[in-house]
Design a protein around this ligand. Structure first.
Ligand code: KIV
Ligand code: ZN
Length: 532
């Protein structure tokens, strides 16, 4: 059992190896509370994962329910490119269900799961070691009789005796498993420990050269990504994980973090993936939209703050040379550009730079004056937006910028779909206008934004709408951010209120005011709020 393998993959021989990305957002991710998805939502996600370039999409657990079966079947039929995979316990019924659900796919994989740890053997399976091995062998042979691509997962592998794990993996490879997965089902291991285990598996599992060794780490101790990377360093050539790390309990390893770590530190890992990294952010955003679970601001790679800088020292550094405080290029993960957020921690360099970006040429004396007023404003507000800067330059109180003012607003949503909103607006030239708008299924925010657009006769397409809580509690302030397309440009409006519909209305009002001022060539440079 301890003899060395002939066809081992060592760190040095695996330079520039490809690491396969196995995405289980739609199975392990979806089975966690708060992340369930409907069939059409799963299909949308599956198409996005295909575009992202994942190698395998685990689409679900067909035997679990009719709904899961239907989703796996629909994804298998529609999504071409990646291998579509279904999960099965080591039972013929599960394996048959998988094969039936997957048979319409271009390329498909049956993923057989069998627990191997002493705890699971005794308390869950009621099997001894040789029964576990026999069950695994039979299940893999049966799955291989239906499909050429079969993965075996030793559930709770990390808490399995290494010698027994080596026996199980050797046996299932001999039975035909083409991928062997070593899950840290309960998120218990550490990077050094998993590195030692994978190195041992690479050397001691018989026939390992005929299969791909895979990791699947959970995040109970916040180590899922670090552990997955350590497994890759020791020879794993498939990594399982989910977008944004969603999944059972504390989640799975976040694929965007693994992919960017492997890419950014290619010097260290010497491997690559086929992921189209600029699609990482759009994919994470799609998942957030579909599940309603917002991405935390400070989330690595895809959080709003991942490329945002507010402190004066950092902003100064970034302005001089981006790499002083950024190790990745924002565009490589799908972020348009680094964001210098102007707030109370920002310095003169950042203010000067933003002013320049807005088209204002200010000399040092003007900047001194602006900086004092900017700091006073930043102390009152959490973030200073471009419109606030315009107002500062014009010597106005940002709160009084017009020309349109909201006089009255009313929005309702109706049980069973549909919403309506009415607004009344006053123009600084004395005009009063108002509109009522009803929408089917798109909600009160959409109705309100459309009512404001129609009242002011401004025609724009909504590109993105986000609402984020600025604090906690029932009276939390919400910040709405509305991105629109107007005459080929993207413009952003923002509004803050404890009422989220009102925040959306204020954001829409900011956009129409900006367009109105642009139309009349009033002071505002075209670049003022342009984001693309
Ligand atoms: O965490 C786990 O053990 C699993 C297996 C199905 C791979 O999700
Ligand atoms: Zn899992």
């Amino acid at each position: 059992m301890n003899q060395k393998n002939e066809d081992v993959v060592t760190e040095s021989s695996s330079v520039r190896d490809r690491v396969r990305i196995f995405d289980t957002t739609l199975r392990d991710g979806e089975q966690a509370p708060g992340f369930s998805m409907s069939l059409p939502q799963k299909l949308r996600m599956a198409h996005a994962l295909k575009e992202l370039g994942v190698d395998v999409i685990e689409a679900g657990f067909p035997r679990a329910s009719e709904g899961d079966f239907a989703s796996v079947q629909a994804i298998a039929k529609e999504v071409r490119g990646p291998t579509i995979c279904g999960l099965a316990r080591a039972q013929t019924g599960d394996i048959d269900a998988c094969a039936r659900a997957l048979s319409g796919a271009g390329a498909w994989r049956i993923h057989v799961l069998l627990a191997t740890s002493p705890l699971h053997r005794e308390h869950k399976l009621n099997m001894n070691c040789s029964q576990v091995i026999d069950t695994g062998i039979k299940a893999i042979r049966y799955a291989r009789s239906l499909c050429d691509d079969v993965e075996f997962s030793a559930e709770d592998a990390i808490r399995t005796e290494p010698e027994f794990l080596i026996e199980v993996l050797s046996a299932v490879i001999e039975a035909g498993a083409t991928t062997v997965n070593v899950p840290d089902t309960v998120g218990y291991t550490t990077p050094a420990e998993i590195h030692r285990l994978f190195s041992r598996l690479i050397h001691e599992v018989r026939g390992i050269g005929k299969a791909i060794l895979s990791s699947h780490c959970h995040n109970d101790l916040g180590l899922a990504v670090a552990n997955s990377l350590a497994a890759v360093a020791a020879g794993a050539r498939q990594v399982e994980g989910t977008i944004s790390g969603i999944g059972e309990r504390a989640g799975n390893a976040a694929l965007e973090e693994i992919v960017m770590a492997l890419r950014t530190r290619a010097d260290h890992f010497g491997v690559y993936t086929d992921i189209r990294t600029p699609l990482l952010l759009p994919t994470a955003r799609l998942l957030a939209n579909v599940t309603g679970a917002t991405i935390p601001r400070n989330k690595a790679i895809v959080g709003d703050n991942a490329f945002a800088h507010e402190s004066g020292i950092h902003q100064h550094g970034i302005l001089k040379h981006r790499e002083t405080y950024e190790i990745m290029r924002p565009e490589d993960v799908g972020v348009e550009r680094s964001q210098l957020v102007l707030g109370k921690h920002s310095g003169r360099h950042a203010l000067r730079d933003r002013m320049k970006g807005l088209g204002y040429e200010v000399d040092e004396t003007q900047l001194d004056d602006l900086f004092v007023r900017f700091k006073a404003l930043a102390d009152k507000k959490k973030e200073v937006f471009d419109t606030d800067l315009d107002a500062l330059v014009l010597g106005q109180d940002p709160a009084t910028l017009g020309p349109w003012r909201l006089v009255h607003m009313h929005a309702t949503s109706h049980l069973g779909g549909g919403a309506s909103a009415s607004v009344r607006l006053r123009h600084d030239d004395g005009r009063m206008v108002g509109e009522t708008e009803a929408t089917l299924g798109d909600g009160p925010v959409h109705a309100l934004v459309r009512a404001i657009a129609r009242s002011t006769a401004v025609d724009f397409d909504i590109v993105d709408f986000q609402i984020r809580s600025l604090s906690y509690g029932a009276d939390a302030q919400g910040r709405a951010s509305l991105t629109i397309n107007y005459a080929g440009r993207k413009l952003v409006g923002r509004g803050v209120s404890t009422d989220i519909v009102e925040a959306a209305g204020l954001a829409a009002l900011e956009v129409v005011n900006l367009i109105e001022r642009m139309k009349h060539g009033q002071a505002l440079p075209v670049a003022a709020h342009q984001v693309g």
